[in-house]
Structures are given as C-alpha cells and as structure tokens.
Write a protein of this length. Sequence first.
Length: 200
Amino acid sequence: MHDKHQEFFDAAAAEWDLTYTAEDLERLTHIVDKLNMAEGMDILDLGCGTGILFDMLRRKVTGSGTVTGVDFSIEMARKAHRNFPFDNVNVVDADATALPFADGSFDVAVAFAAFPHFSDQQKAIDEVHRVLKSGAKFHIIHLESAREISRVHHEIGGVVAHDEIPTDTTLREMFDHSQFMSATIEDHPGLYLATAVNSR
Ligand SMILES: C[S@@+](CC[C@H](N)C(=O)[O-])C[C@H]1O[C@@H](n2cnc3c(N)ncnc32)[C@H](O)[C@@H]1O
C-alpha cells in the first residue's frame, strides 16, 4: 500500500540532500562519535532517507562491517542507493514496522529524524528489538528537542503536521513493552537522543 507519508517523502527525495547545513552535519558527526560504534559492526539505519548518515556510519564500521538503510519511500531509497554504491552499504525499500531481516541481525540501530513519522511506533520498536542482537542499542536521534520537532512538523503541516516524539513516559513504556532496557532520554534545545538496550 502506498500511503500519504510515502507520497510526501517520495516528492521530497529529489531535493532532500539540500536539507542539512554543514553545521548540522558537524553536530550529527559529534553525536554519532559518542555512540560507541566500532569496526566490524552491522548497523541498521531506519528511515535512512537519501543516506545522510551513511558516510559517518561507514567510517565507524570500516570495510569489515555493514550499513543497512531502510526507507519506505522508493524515491528516497533509490537516491540513497545511488549516493552510496558500496559493497558494504545496503538499501532496502521496506517499512520500519515490518522489517525484512532475521532475528538478531544487527549490532546497532539508529533512527535519525525519522521516528515521529512511523505510523505505528510501538510496532517499529518491536521490530527493532527483534532484529537487534542481545545487548545491542537502539538510538533515536534528532538535532532538535521533542518540542522543536513538533513545532516544525506543525509548521510544515499536511501529513506530517501531527508527527511527534512520544512523551518520555510513553516512550519508556514502549521500550519496556518490547523488552528494551536501560532507556535514557536527552531532550533539550538542539538535541533529542533516546537510547535503549536490547535485553534479549
Ligand atoms: C524526515 S526524513 C529523514 C531521512 C533521513 N534519516 C535524514 O535525516 O536525512 C524521514 C524518513 O523516514 C522515512 N519513513 C517514514 N516512515 C517510515 C516507515 N514507516 N518505514 C520506513 N521509512 C519511513 C521517510 O520515507 C523519510 O525518508
């Protein structure tokens, strides 16, 4: 099924690479640097868009690891694939709520600027839990606070007008429900970073 969100992001794909400033990319690099990603890891990038994180992630895992981007917008996924035609980068056109990967496939999962858009956030967290290895972390990353994200989406309007980060309490309940543990949430102007550990 092709829904309104897919249409919205398909239409945005051509110009998406212009979204981020050099300053944004530098801030993002600093965040990624703190996530303890290492050589040889297999990383899942949910809602990868055109692959804005891929270069940063590739530098962490080097040639012995892999980066797998998932996006349900075919245009975003195509562009990500064109941007990063490397052997250890895979781009999959799929929905975050139904991931086409075996249980325990990845060492880390990230969702950058994507989680508020997932139609069923609990299902997406359940799926991330399923495809992560025991002890692996899931990071939800934004360059704005939860409040700023809501404001920006409201200003954009249309299908994304009500796409939000859940409250801290709700997100913690969602993590608990999926058997993630040790959830931490940082939420202040310029950064939202939620991290949870797969307890399997
Ligand atoms: C705001 S964009 C961010 C893209 C990229 N992470 C970046 O920061 O450049 C959100 C992305 O999430 C994708 N997305 C939204 N809902 C999705 C879902 N249920 N499954 C997979 N991708 C989804 C959209 O197609 C879009 O590419």
